[in-house]
Design a protein. Structure first.
Length: 261
């Protein structure tokens, strides 16, 4: 099998189309990016790695707090303060306090700020981990995450898995990249632990190479392991109901959902 490890690819390789589109049952839209500089394969890896200084973290930790009144400027959370407030409510209502938590996929530490202010021990997982000497956060790359023996009380992943395997960030192409990423997260959660998850939900669609949109087909694929537990059926029903409410291909929302292992 050909390895496609020179991402990003402007065109989807012909031999991967069936895999990416679930045998041509998922439509494809075009929206292409080259953000490979944000991963270790990028030529400016060290130069472009995010720098999370103590001063930088202090700004986030002081302004994004789980009190349902986010006082940060709007751009502190890349998805808007309403999303930060929704995430705050989910963390509080699920008692994610004083736990060991991993954040999988991050550009700015808005989720980390909420978790820190709830007393959690936080591990940040990224393909291109930020440079950070602040001991309040543990920073590891994705390979370390999947190969270590540590299990977490909770994993939070928001707007991350939908990119896995598309090559936008320089990662190797893999039609099942999102399924594999979800399986890794499942394996790294303690029994009884929780996944707090958000990604584009709507009509099943692949926006090449930007992201996937999850509808009934792809949701079943990525949450297969989690569906072994009956307690997760209501979360899945909610996601599928939301997906069916979207009228146009390419449109989506990013609801925050909670699944248990």
């Amino acid at each position: 099998m050909t390895r496609y490890d020179k991402s990003p690819y402007r065109e989807m390789p012909a031999d991967l189309i069936d895999g990416f589109t679930v045998n041509n049952t998922i439509p494809v839209l075009n929206e292409w990016y080259d953000e490979s500089r944000y991963t270790p394969v990028g030529i400016d890896f060290e130069k472009d790695r995010p720098k999370w200084t103590t001063e930088f973290l202090n700004k986030y930790f002081s302004l994004i707090k789980p009190n349902f009144s986010i006082v940060a400027p709007e751009n502190f959370c890349p998805y808007g303060n309403d999303v930060a407030e929704e995430m705050s409510g989910v963390l509080v209502s699920n008692n994610i306090t004083n736990r060991e938590v991993a954040v999988v996929g991050t550009l700015r530490p808005w989720i980390e700020s909420l978790l820190f202010n709830l007393g959690n021990k936080i591990t940040v997982v990224e393909y291109n981990p930020p440079i950070c000497s602040d001991q309040r956060l543990s920073i590891i790359n994705y390979c370390e995450f999947i190969n270590q023996d540590v299990l977490y009380d909770c994993i939070v992943s928001y707007s991350s898995v939908e990119h896995s395997g598309l090559g936008r960030y320089g990662d190797e192409l893999n039609p099942l990249g999102d399924v594999i990423a979800m399986n890794h997260m499942y394996e790294k959660i303690k029994t009884g632990g929780k996944l707090i998850w958000g990604a584009p939900v709507g009509i099943d669609c692949l926006v090449w190479n930007a992201h996937r949109i999850y509808g009934e087909k792809r949701l079943d694929m990525i949450f297969e392991n989690f569906m072994k537990s009956e307690v997760n059926q209501e979360s899945m029903k909610r996601l599928k109901k939301i997906s069916l409410s979207i009228q146009n291909i390419g449109n989506f929302v990013q609801p925050i959902s909670v699944f248990e292992k």
